[in-house]
Design a protein around this ligand. Structure first.
Ligand code: 5RP
Length: 219
């Protein structure tokens, strides 16, 4: 199976977690796009969705799914999204698609985070995938210097402006042993909006696409 077929398999498998009549938290990226297609097939059974990016909002609306502002929603049953890396503790690196801040907000609102990934995203130690950090534009150089002090090699993601009007620094050279500690440290740098480490709020369930089918991992 191709990587995209594995992504499709987990995107559709996540439908199992969608309860009728609810508002569903929806992520961003090529795996989440498969989930949105799947959601479209049951759109009359759900109330709607909360979306983590303009791109996902456009896709949801094109399928006739109502998109709610997170401020209109008290709580969400589930948030379904992909990841760039996931470890055994279900901690993740996210933000390859630059949507990390809205993803983190919706993950915080949701009772359950369902992570949908192909098996290539599973790692023992997070950090091979460059860690995305969303930064207020005027703080870019300062934040980059602070990230170097933490042992990283930050790289400005050229020509990318997030949905929130900010920039992304991708941090290379990290071997993340204590992900919660690093998440706290990077989040406390002035000018950082969000770091793409999802350790304090890890996934609850991972659906992993493998050559032998979808494997469910529970925290
Ligand atoms: C977007 C994300 C995505 O979930 C992550 O980049 C994985 O993307 P894909 O499903 O395309 O492999 O965090 O900001």
């Amino acid at each position: 199976m191709t990587q995209d077929e594995l992504k499709k398999a987990v995107g559709w498998a996540a439908l199992e977690y969608v309860r009728p009549g609810t508002i569903v938290g929806v992520g961003t990226g090529s795996t989440a796009a498969h989930f949105i297609d799947a959601l479209g097939s049951i759109k009359h059974q759900i109330e709607g969705a909360v979306s983590s990016s303009d791109a996902s909002t456009a896709k949801l609306q094109s399928l006739g799914i109502t998109v709610f502002d997170p401020n209109e929603v008290d709580s969400l049953d589930i948030y379904v999204d992909g990841a760039d890396e996931i470890n055994r503790q279900m901690q993740m690196i996210k933000g390859g698609g630059a949507a990390l801040t809205r993803e983190k907000i919706i993950a915080a609102i949701a009772r359950q985070f369902i992570c949908i990934v192909d098996a290539s995203k599973q790692v023992d130690i997070l950090g091979k995938f460059p860690l995305p950090v969303e930064v207020i534009p005027m703080a870019r150089a300062y934040v980059a210097r602070e990230l170097v002090k933490l042992g990283g090699l930050p790289e400005y993601r050229q020509h990318v402006v997030t949905d929130n009007g900010n920039v992304i620094l991708d941090v290379h050279n990290l071997k993340i042993i204590d992900a919660i500690d690093l998440e706290n440290k990077i989040n406390s740098i002035s000018g950082v909006v969000t770091v793409g480490l999802f350790a304090r709020r890890a996934a609850d369930v991972a659906l992993v696409g493998t050559a032998n089918g979808v494997v469910k991992v529970v925290k």
